[in-house]
Design a protein around this ligand. Structure first.
Ligand code: NAP
Length: 370
């Protein structure tokens, strides 16, 4: 089986990332640091000229710092990949079902594939974004969720330790029960639902297998989405836009919507700090600082797009369907702030940027954006 996989790997044309890895391979984070660039490679680029466009081969510099991003096809992973790629890192993204053609296709449950990519690429940093993050799906498929959120995370941590890579494991505010916010990194977790439990178990196996790793807990995310359903925040947009129909909105759970670009920047800042200071490890919190219920987010979205909100109805009772949620799991972010790490996009600006491609009223789009 292993030989077959190895044969397949060598038989296929070398991917861009593999070529980059081959040029860039060298000492791990503990080793000597050379110049910021380690070489050059050929890359195909599209060049536009009036009336025509052509495909040209150009030399590009290859940064020496290597970052591997799991879940690079997902909401957060896409932003993390972009952030590292645009900031002088040689970034390789992994996905699974949506990987092709842009990213490496790796099933994180396949320990041989994980071993191979980490040992081939020799990353300095791994940002582990892949997970089953939908609480209701986790409740319905607990075994599959546990394999990905716990077992695969533990294995990745072990492989990261073997090559001296700094692993950032993305976790969640749902490790807390939400009864006494704000929560510091040292506060005792008590997850209410299975999703929170698997992510907390994931934290534990990561730190057991890799004592130099970091855990970054974050709350509900929004950002550039491929589909509105990708984020618990953006999914409300159609209910906001279709104002001829009244819509019930949760006004019980207190949330802190956080832009994926901000989390991505925090990951990069944390990685770069760690390259200079090996004591950077352990658990960290990052979060937006605007407290809102889903009803308040929906009203803010309506306000940002100058749409009516009178059809939105606040529901103040604790939701009775689906997995249990914490009432207020606000994260205290002072530990990262003290390190000088952070970035916060105001919610209205961030959500407008994320949602305008999904705006139905094109006339509005034309007046505002052109
Ligand atoms: N979204 C939130 O509101 C939120 C809040 C707090 C914490 N978090 C945490 O943030 C992280 C990122 O969440 P997200 O919203 O970006 O998730 P997401 O959009 O659902 O993306 C999940 C990613 O996991 C990958 N994946 C799934 N099964 C895999 C497998 N067997 N092997 C390899 N990759 C696999 C998916 O790849 P394919 O799609 O290509 O299959 C996808 O890239 C997670 O750790 C989550 O727990 C998220």
């Amino acid at each position: 089986m292993r030989a077959l996989r190895a044969a397949r790997r060598t038989a296929r044309p070398p991917s861009r990332s593999a070529r980059r890895a081959a040029v860039g391979a060298g000492p791990g984070p503990g080793g000597p640091r050379g110049a910021a660039m380690v070489g050059r490679e050929k890359e195909l680029k599209i060049r536009f000229a009036p009336g025509r466009c052509e495909l040209v081969e150009e030399d590009v510099d290859i940064p020496s710092r290597r970052a591997l991003i799991t879940g690079a096809t997902g909401l957060l992973g896409r932003a993390v990949f972009k952030e590292f790629n645009e900031n002088n890192w040689n970034a390789v993204g992994c996905g699974y079902r949506r990987a092709q053609p842009r990213f490496e296709q790796i099933n994180l449950l396949d320990s041989v594939a994980v071993h191979d990519i980490i040992h081939d690429f020799q990353p300095h940093v791994i940002v582990h974004c892949a997970a089953e993050r939908r609480p209701d799906v986790v409740e319905n498929q607990p075994e599959a969720a546990s394999q990905l959120n716990v077992a695969a995370s533990g294995n990745l941590a072990k492989e990261a330790a073997a090559v001296g890579a700094f692993l950032i494991y993305i976790s969640t505010d749902y490790v807390f029960d939400g009864t006494s916010p704000p929560y510091k990194e040292t506060d005792v977790p008590n997850p209410l639902n299975l999703y929170g439990k698997t992510k907390l178990e994931g934290e534990k196996v990561v730190l057991e297998n890799n004592e130099g790793a970091a855990v970054l807990r974050i709350p509900v995310l929004y950002g550039e989405v491929e589909r509105l359903e990708e984020s618990a925040v953006t999914v409300m947009f159609d209910k906001v836009q279709f104002s001829n129909k009244s819509a019930n909105m949760d006004h019980w759970q207190q949330r802190f919507p956080t832009n994926v670009k901000d989390v991505a920047s925090v990951c990069r800042q944390l990685a770069e700090k760690r390259m200079l200071d090996p004591s950077i490890k352990g658990t960290f919190h990052w979060s937006g600082n605007e407290q809102m219920t889903k009803y308040e987010m929906a009203c803010a979205i309506a306000d940002a797009f100058n749409l009516p909100s009178s059809h939105l109805r606040p529901i103040t009772d604790c939701p009775v369907v689906g997995a249990l949620r914490p009432r207020n799991a606000q994260l205290d972010c002072s530990k990262l702030e003290m390190l000088g790490i952070g970035q916060r996009t105001p919610f209205r600006a961030g959500i407008k940027e994320s949602l305008w491609p999904f705006l139905i009223d094109k006339r509005w789009r034309q007046t505002v954006f052109h």
